[in-house]
Design a protein around this ligand. Structure first.
Ligand code: KG4
Ligand code: ZN
Length: 344
């Protein structure tokens, strides 16, 4: 078939992602993470991330070409995340993508990282059903917590709400640190929480009170929750009591999963959209997945969660979105387009 062969480059945070797709078929998805270099700082350090992208890009590109069994010259287009994300990190990817596009004399597509997360779901292996639109999408990672109404991937994506303070993954990372667990905290909390009682402590559910719902029906807030956990732990320590890490982790995880899934399912009902797509690293969370499945089933909503390698930041989703743009006949981006850390 004549589907476009597209290279996707993702460098918005700490993952250097190089993906190659042909239309909706995934050919390669190479991810090189600088996570370990940030671990001792307890969070992603922008300068360190940018430098790591510079070092990782070329080897990752070579591996992806190998995996896909193609040469650079075979590509029909080069795509890149232009934002949102860390400014310096984005610039590395955008510079590399432009250089490749110019050198290969191929069209250049700059795309939005968040829409890319939704784009991941068009990548199907044989036998799986195609993505159906419209869909509600909940994107939850260390950098974002956004609820989208997607009617058309290439032209109609509505932002319903987002976090007004910390991202969900960021809350996991901060609470993990507070409990003495290593970075990244999400998987650690998930592991520890498995042995805890989720009803041990009733932590606050941000922006769910009737007065909040008026203005922030689809928005999220996790900083109050993080503070509540901190205060709870502090009180126990001050009283010389042991901190029941598993119970606190489970209770915290429950609060996050409760709010995320309640708001996402509410959006499905309000908008009359019987489909929900999860993306971002927090979509790996066992409780988020279980509660989403439970509530989706109860509401008659079809739940889709792409494989984890396509849920977390990666280049394949960027290539997939660009392939959609090309197949929809959209013009390439001009080379004047640059990294935009605050892209809406
Ligand atoms: O999508 P991602 O790989 O990168 C971006 O932040 O964009 O997401 C990473 C985030 C981190 O905050 C990490 O703690 C969180 O996703 N995460 C999890 C789990 N696995 C990763 N959070 C909760 N439960 C998990 N199992
Ligand atoms: Zn992301």
């Amino acid at each position: 078939r004549g589907d476009p062969l597209v290279l996707g480059i993702e460098t918005s945070c700490d993952e250097t992602g190089i993906g190659i797709v042909r239309g909706t078929t995934l050919l390669a998805n190479v991810i090189s993470s600088s996570m370990e270099e940030h671990a001792r700082f307890g969070g992603v350090v922008p300068e360190v991330a940018a430098r790591a992208h510079l070092e990782a890009l070329e080897p990752a590109l070579r591996r992806a070409l190998d995996e896909a069994g193609i040469a650079l010259g075979d590509l029909d287009a080069v795509a890149v995340t232009s934002g949102p994300g860390l400014s310096g990190a984005l610039m590395v990817g955008v510079g590399a993508a432009k250089a490749l596009a110019v050198a290969l004399d191929k069209p250049f597509y700059a795309v939005n990282h968040l829409v890319g997360h939704v784009g991941a779901d068009v990548l199907r292996t044989e036998g799986e059903p195609e993505i159906e639109l419209p869909t509600i999408a909940l994107l939850v990672s260390g950098g974002h917590t956004s609820l989208l109404h997607v009617r058309d991937l290439t032209s109609d994506v509505e932002l319903l709400g987002e976090t007004i303070d910390d991202a969900a993954g960021e809350a996991f990372d901060k609470v993990a640190r507070l409990l003495g667990l290593p970075y990244p905290g999400g998987p650690q909390i998930d592991r520890v929480a498995a042995d805890g009682d989720p009803t041990a402590v009733r932590f606050p559910r941000g922006l769910t009170l009737p007065k909040d719902l008026e203005r922030h029906r689809y928005d999220f807030s996790f900083s109050g929750l993080k503070t509540a956990v901190a205060r709870h732990v502090e009180k126990l320590r001050d009283a010389g009591l042991e901190v029941p890490v598993a119970d606190i982790a489970a209770s915290f995880r429950e609060a996050v999963a409760d709010v995320l899934t309640a708001k996402a399912i509410a959006a499905c009902s309000d908008r009359g959209v019987p489909r929900l797509l999860l993306g971002g690293g927090v979509a790996a969370n066992a409780r988020v997945r279980a509660l989403a499945a439970e509530r989706a089933a109860a509401a008659g909503v079809e739940l889709r969660i792409p494989p984890l390698s396509l849920c977390t930041d990666n280049g394949a989703m960027i290539a997939a979105l660009a392939a959609q743009l090309i197949m929809a006949g959209r013009e390439p981006s001009g080379l004047a387009v640059s990294a935009d850390s605050t892209l809406p």
